[in-house]
Design a binder for this molecule. Structure first.
Ligand code: HEM
Length: 193
């Protein structure tokens, strides 16, 4: 149920990364981190809103001034107006076999903010409605690693010195030819004798 706002630690969610136990983190849009309101004049206020837009981009600050013509704007109205949402956690384990995009893509989207992956596909409204079924809570934002360290993939270091490989290749050709030549020479001499 979307009303159940159980908070999950990021590390805990990231552990659910198997076909038989798969959790995803997807947000509708962005999450409000902080909001400063300052009065510019009687009818103008300045708003500075910090939002946590994506774990790739980190925290962003939106700043704008708005006019208030004797209209009361509540924080709730403002949040829904700007369209701020939190990061939701979905347990998609029961959906792995039935997901039209396959289970591999879901697995590859675990342990991270999968919002872009989800949005890039252009999921239909009915797909979005289905999500409620798998909703199990929200991410505790204090547990999110803000800046993720870049870990280079473990691949063999580039070796500009190709000499040993080249020698081995030459030997692979030369050795059989040398043996053949030696055998023919021996045969030639033994025949003569
Ligand atoms: C709770 C999460 C998700 C639900 C409920 C869901 C549901 C669906 C549904 C119903 C479809 C059929 C097409 C449509 O109606 O839009 C679909 C297709 C697809 N989904 Fe998901 N999906 C989820 C998450 C994801 C994620 C995180 C990814 C990417 C990492 C993804 C990748 C795809 C792909 C590649 C297709 C196939 C699109 C095509 O063939 O046109 N889905 N999904």
């Amino acid at each position: 149920m979307a009303s159940d706002r159980k908070l999950h630690a990021f590390e805990e969610v990231a552990k659910h990364n198997k076909t038989k136990d798969c959790w995803l983190i997807i947000s509708g849009k962005v999450m409000l981190v902080n909001m400063n309101v300052s009065l510019v004049s009687n009818i103008e206020i300045h708003l500075e809103i910090s939002v946590f837009q994506s774990w790739k981009t980190g925290e962003q600050v939106i700043s704008f001034t708005m006019m208030i013509n004797s209209v009361q704007v509540s924080v709730d109205q403002l949040i829904s107006h700007v369209g701020l949402f939190s990061f939701k956690v979905y347990d998609v384990t029961p959906f792995m076999d039935d997901h039209p995009g396959g289970d591999e893509v879901l697995l590859s989207a675990t342990g991270k903010d999968a919002t872009n992956d989800f949005e890039d596909v252009g999921h239909s409204d009915s797909a979005r409605e289905m999500m409620d079924k798998y909703y199990i809570g929200e991410i505790d934002m204090s547990t999110v690693p803000l800046k993720r360290a870049y870990i280079p993939s473990e691949q063999t270091a580039y070796n500009p010195d190709k000499t040993p490989e080249f020698i081995i290749k030459i030997l692979q050709f030369l050795v059989p030819i040398l043996i053949l030549g030696l055998a023919l020479t021996v045969r030639h001499y033994t025949k003569e004798q």
